[in-house]
Design a binder for this molecule. Structure first.
Ligand code: SAJ
Length: 432
C-alpha cells in the first residue's frame, strides 16, 4: 500500500508499520485475539496481548494455549520464547500506553433477554480514553451493530485513527486460518483506512476488502452472519416438513446443492456459538431503533432456538423408565471444545425437565466443565438411547462402543447416513 504524501499526520505511524517497529496491542485474547496476536508476532511484529484472566496470562507466558486452534498450538510457544508476544493484564496501563496500534477483540454477547451486551466493548473504550492516543490507530474487530464503533470509540480524545474490520474466524476449520480469510475494513477517514490496510497487508494473505465507512464494515459482518442464521432456519423448517412427509431432507439438500444458486445449510439440534445465534439480535435491535422491523430474521432466530426442544421430544416420546441414555457431544459444533450458546446444553435442560436421567460423553470437554453444569459424565458402553449432540470426528470410532442391536439413536446432527442399532431418528430424516 503506497502511503501518499498528503498523509503528514500519520506518516510516522505508517513508517513504523512498514518497518515493523510499531508496537501492537491486542485487547482480548480469545478465539479471535490469540490467533491474531500469534500471527502478527510470527510475522515479526512486537505484540502485547491484554486479557483480564490472570490464569490465561500465566498460560501464555508458558507458551500454552487455552483455545482449540492448531495454528496457535504450533506457533505460540515459539513467539513467546522469542519475546515477540507478551501477555499483560488489561489493568497494566504502562504496557497499554506503550502500544501504537490497538486491535479490539473482545466478546460482544447478548444478555439472557437477547439484548446486545457491549459491556466489555465499552470497558476497553474507557481504558483507551485514559491514554494519550495522539497519532495512534484503533481497530475494532469485535462484532457490533452499525454505528457502535463510532459511538463508543469515536470520541476518546486526541487525534487518532479509527478502523472497523470485523473478525471472520472460523473455529475448528483448519483450512480457514486468520491469515487466509478475506478481510473487510472501513475507516473513519482515508488516512485511517490506509493505515489499517497497510498493517493487515503485512500479515494477511487474504484479500483486503476496503468499504467506504465504519458502518459499512459493521453491516457487512451483520449481513454475512444473519444470512447464515436465516438459511439454517430455512433448512430446519424444511426438515420439520420432511419429517411429516417421510422424506429424507439431507437427500433433498444434497440434490438442491447441484444448483449453482443454492448454498447448502443443514438442519440440526440447534445453532450455537458466539456468532450465528447472537449477531442477528444486534441487527434486529439496531433496525428496531431505526423504526425498521426484520421479521424474517427474528422468526429465523426463534426457529433455530426451538430445535433443541424438538429433538428432546423425540427422546421423551421413546424413553422407557430405566433406559440408559447417553448424549454424545455437548459443544456447539464438531471438533471444538467451546460450549458457548451450545444448543445441546439447551437440549440437556429439556431432558432434565422431563425427568429423564442421562449422562454426557464429550472428548473435547474436561470433566470439571460437565460438573459445573451438573452433568453426569458418560462412558463408551452400549446404551438403550444414544443422542448425537455434536458430531465430533471421534464419533466415527466411538459409535461402535455405544450402539447395540436394541439401541435407538436420536441423531441431532444427521451424522448417520443409514440405519444403525434399532433405528435412527434424525432431523428431517429417519432410518428404521
Ligand atoms: N449449523 C447448523 N447448520 C449448518 C451450519 C451450522 O445447524 O448448516 C450450526 C452449527 O452446528 C453451530 C452453529 O450453527 O452450532 C454455528 O455454526 P458455524 O459453522 O457458523 O460456526 P461458527 O459460529 O464458528 O461460525 C463461524 C462464524 N465466523 C464468524 O462469525 C467470524 C461464521 O461467520 C462463519 O459463517 C462460520 O464460522 C463458517 O463459515 O464456518
Amino acid at each position: 500500500m503506497v502511503i501518499s504524501k498528503t498523509m503528514k499526520s500519520d506518516e510516522h505511524l505508517a513508517k513504523k508499520i512498514a518497518d515493523k517497529t510499531v508496537r501492537i496491542g491486542i485487547i482480548g485474547l480469545g478465539y479471535v485475539g490469540l490467533p491474531l496476536a500469534v500471527l502478527f508476532a510470527k510475522k515479526g511484529f512486537k505484540v502485547s496481548g491484554f486479557i483480564r484472566d490472570r490464569k490465561k496470562i500465566g498460560l501464555i507466558k508458558q507458551g500454552k494455549s487455552y483455545i482449540t486452534d492448531p495454528f496457535v498450538d504450533e506457533f505460540l510457544p515459539h513467539v513467546v520464547k522469542k519475546g515477540m508476544l507478551c501477555a499483560f493484564s488489561t489493568e497494566d496501563r504502562t504496557a497499554l500506553g506503550s502500544c501504537d496500534v490497538y486491535i479490539i477483540c473482545v466478546p460482544t454477547p447478548v444478555a439472557p433477554d437477547k439484548t446486545p451486551d457491549i459491556t466489555a466493548f465499552r470497558s476497553v473504550a474507557r481504558l483507551l480514553a485514559s491514554l494519550d492516543l495522539t497519532g495512534k490507530l484503533i481497530i475494532n474487530e469485535s462484532t457490533v451493530a452499525p454505528g457502535m464503533t463510532r459511538d463508543v470509540f469515536g470520541t476518546l480524545g486526541g487525534t487518532y485513527f479509527l478502523v472497523c474490520s470485523p473478525e471472520r474466524v472460523d473455529p475448528g476449520n483448519d483450512s480457514k486460518s486468520t491469515e487466509v480469510i478475506p478481510k473487510v475494513m472501513g475507516g473513519r477517514d482515508k488516512e485511517s483506512l490506509s493505515l489499517g490496510s497497510l498493517l493487515y497487508s503485512q500479515v494477511l494473505k487474504g484479500t483486503l476488502v476496503a468499504v467506504s465507512t465504519l458502518e459499512s464494515a459493521e453491516l457487512t459482518k451483520m449481513l454475512e452472519n444473519t444470512y447464515r442464521a436465516v438459511n439454517i432456519a430455512l433448512s430446519n423448517e424444511f426438515a420439520l416438513l420432511a419429517e411429516k412427509m417421510g422424506i429424507d431432507i439431507v437427500e433433498v439438500i444434497n440434490a438442491a446443492k447441484t444448483k449453482w444458486s443454492y448454498q447448502a445449510h443443514y438442519p440440526s439440534i440447534g445453532v450455537g456459538g458466539h456468532c450465528i445465534p447472537v449477531d442477528p439480535y444486534y441487527i434486529v435491535q439496531y433496525a428496531n431503533t431505526h423504526g425498521v422491523d426484520l421479521p424474517v430474521v427474528f422468526e429465523s432466530l426463534k426457529q433455530n432456538e426451538d430445535m433443541p426442544r424438538h429433538l428432546a421430544e423425540k427422546v421423551t416420546s421413546n424413553y422407557k423408565k430405566g433406559n440408559s441414555v447417553v448424549v454424545y457431544g455437548i459443544t456447539y459444533k464438531k471438533n471444538v471444545g467451546d460450549m458457548r450458546e451450545s444448543p445441546v446444553v439447551e437440549f440437556c435442560h429439556s431432558l432434565s425437565s422431563a425427568n429423564i436421567p442421562f449422562s454426557v460423553y464429550d472428548p473435547y470437554v474436561p470433566d470439571e466443565e460437565l460438573t459445573k453444569l451438573s452433568l453426569k459424565k458418560g462412558r463408551l458402553s452400549i446404551v438403550d438411547i444414544l443422542i448425537v449432540g455434536t458430531d465430533h470426528d471421534t464419533l466415527k470410532d466411538d459409535y461402535k462402543k455405544l450402539i447395540g442391536e436394541h439401541t435407538l439413536v436420536v441423531d441431532g446432527r444427521n451424522f448417520f447416513p443409514k440405519k444403525v442399532g434399532r433405528a435412527v431418528i434424525g432431523v428431517g430424516r429417519m432410518f428404521v
